[in-house]
Ligand binder design. Structure first.
Ligand SMILES: [Zn+2]
Length: 213
């Protein structure tokens, strides 16, 4: 799943570059910034996974808020979030909010559980080339940045029929950032510098997808 052949990748990049530069040529001053929707998993009455004294809902919110800050500090982007505090949001409200806002990408941030270790990412099984490239870019950037802080296993780029991936109208992906019930993973997740590295990874991957320098 992880490898797009080089020739095909170049073609995809050229195609996306063509789409991205067309409005710039037409009216450089009015090119709209990319609309990025960040979705911190769970929240409010739904803590998500819990383990080692940590709650998924708090970690996902922290990583998403950091991702927003990194994006806004470094690039001209428009960002909306499904939540910015500890509140309950249904899955359908997240996808419908992103759809009605007209997001260009949707990135849902989660923490894994169940006894494994490491990082993995998901897109919808029938997602197209652009979404596959979004996954390529974010997956690689999160891994490389996370590994500047600690050892992180690459569990791979996967597909799943998740509701937020199925019901969103734009390129959408979901990241599972280590395992809250694995002591070594939880020790990393408890560190602010590690969560910052995860955020920088998400931000850089999204920026690369949009061709932002
Ligand atoms: Zn989750």
């Amino acid at each position: 799943m992880s490898g797009v052949p080089l020739m095909r990748r170049r073609t995809l990049l050229a195609a996306v570059a063509g789409i991205a530069t067309a409005p710039l040529l037409a009216s450089p001053a009015q090119a709209a910034p990319p609309k990025i929707y960040l979705d911190p998993g769970h929240g409010g009455t739904d803590p998500g996974a819990v383990g080692n004294g940590l709650q998924e809902k708090a970690l996902t919110l922290d990583i998403a808020l950091r991702t927003r800050t990194v994006l806004q500090t470094n690039w001209d982007v428009s960002i909306r979030m499904s939540r910015t505090t500890d509140v309950t949001r249904s899955l359908s409200s997240r996808s419908s909010d992103a759809n009605s806002w007209g997001a260009n990408v949707f990135v849902s941030i989660h923490i894994n559980a169940g006894g494994g270790t490491g990082f993995e990412s998901y897109i919808f099984p029938t997602a197209g080339a652009a979404t596959q490239r979004l996954q390529d870019d974010v997956h690689a950037a999160v891994l490389s940045n996370a590994r500047t802080v600690g050892a992180v296993t690459d569990r791979g780029q996967k597909t799943a029929n998740f509701q937020v991936l199925r019901e969103t109208a734009m390129s959408a992906m979901l990241t599972e950032n280590l395992f809250i019930d694995r002591a070594a993973d939880a020790a990393l997740l408890a560190r602010a510098d590690f969560r910052q590295a995860l955020a920088v990874g998400h931000a850089r991957g999204i920026a690369r997808f949009f061709g932002l320098a």
